[in-house]
Design a protein. Structure first.
Length: 328
């Protein structure tokens, strides 16, 4: 017998068919009598004030505090997830706050934050909460940031991108096999989504977590960088992030530093202007250099800015334009 209350969730490429009383793959979106409800709406499980560099966003309002929220759930199931305690949790099994979108924005303003980040888990699955908060934040002059795996369908993405100022997309790897086996997702929608975000004027940065034996292939890195340059632009900041053993990949070692350095070199040889090394403190790859004269523009140690030589979006020495959204 056909379930007359069956609902198809069209938010992400999984397009879950959800029977009455059941949830989709993300565990957040529940069919209640034929109506799809996001059960985490207004119920963030994590609230923090972070430095912008933690997102990581290196070319967007550097060294400013950003009000950061998350709810439980995710539409991916990455074996290396660093926030698996909330991303892979049932929303009813963890403690939550009760905060409306207006309350979130007002809290951000009260804490002197110029931006709100939807982060830690996956903002796609708490889409309505993100959307309503972002709309109100825009009205109040607060910027909106997505930290996301980018696994979303084009129609809802285009709708929300009208209110998003910046995004860091976690590009997990650059082959379908890795996405299917490690993340239980697919690559192409992520690539298409980054193109959409850039075309709609969202400031975009990309993080690639390098996992030993799984996606640590310099040939693949080279292909990824060529794709970024051709489809997004040579100015898109790329962060190669060091893996540390956690969740279901505790058997693997941390990423060798030499591989991260070599990956950065490959990316720069491909023609990308701003390439970084993350999750490693004290590396030269944390810093921003002028692509024209090689001068240090932004020095960093961890999340701390140690030097800053950008004036009105340009190199202080040679006046080269440095792409990004800078403090006035």
């Amino acid at each position: 017998m056909k379930d007359r209350h069956l609902v198809i969730c069209e938010l992400c490429p999984k397009n879950c068919s959800i029977p009455d009383g059941q949830s989709g793959d993300c565990r957040v979106r529940v069919n209640m009598g034929g109506k799809l409800i996001a059960v985490t709406y207004g119920r963030p499980c994590s609230i923090h004030i972070d430095p912008m560099e933690k997102k990581p966003l290196f070319h967007f309002l550097p060294s400013t505090p950003i009000f950061s929220i998350a709810t439980a759930g995710c539409n991916l199931h990455c074996k290396n997830c660093q926030n698996w305690q909330i991303s892979q949790a049932n929303p009813y099994d963890i403690d939550n706050f009760n905060l409306s979108p207006k309350m979130i924005v007002n809290l951000a303003i009260r804490k002197s934050c110029q931006s709100i980040a939807y982060t830690y888990s996956e903002p796609t699955v708490f889409y309505e909460y993100v959307y309503d908060t972002a709309v109100y934040a825009r009205e109040r002059g607060i910027k909106n940031v997505l930290v996301t795996a980018g696994y979303i369908n084009p129609k809802p993405q285009k709708k929300i991108c009208r209110y998003i100022d910046a995004s860091n997309t976690d590009l997990k790897g650059f082959n379908e096999g890795f996405y299917r086996s490690n993340c239980f997702a697919t690559l192409r929608p992520v690539l298409d989504g980054m193109v959409i975000a850039r075309e709609m004027g969202v400031w975009l940065e990309i993080t690639n977590l390098v996992i030993p034996t799984l996606n640590d292939d310099l040939t693949e890195v080279r292909r990824m960088c060529k794709w970024i340059k051709k489809n997004l632009g040579d100015y898109i900041p790329l962060h190669f992030s060091r893996f540390h053993p956690q969740y279901r990949l505790r058997n693997l070692p941390p990423t060798p530093l030499n591989f991260l350095r070599n990956a950065r070199k490959e990316a720069m040889n491909t023609g990308l202007k701003y390439v970084y090394i993350g999750n490693v403190i004290g590396e030269d790859g944390e810093n921003t250099y002028c692509p024209n004269d090689g001068k240090l523009l932004i020095g960093r140690i961890g999340f701390t800015i140690t030097a800053y030589s950008i004036i009105n979006g340009r190199c202080k020495v040679c006046n080269e334009k440095i792409e990004g959204v800078w403090k006035s």
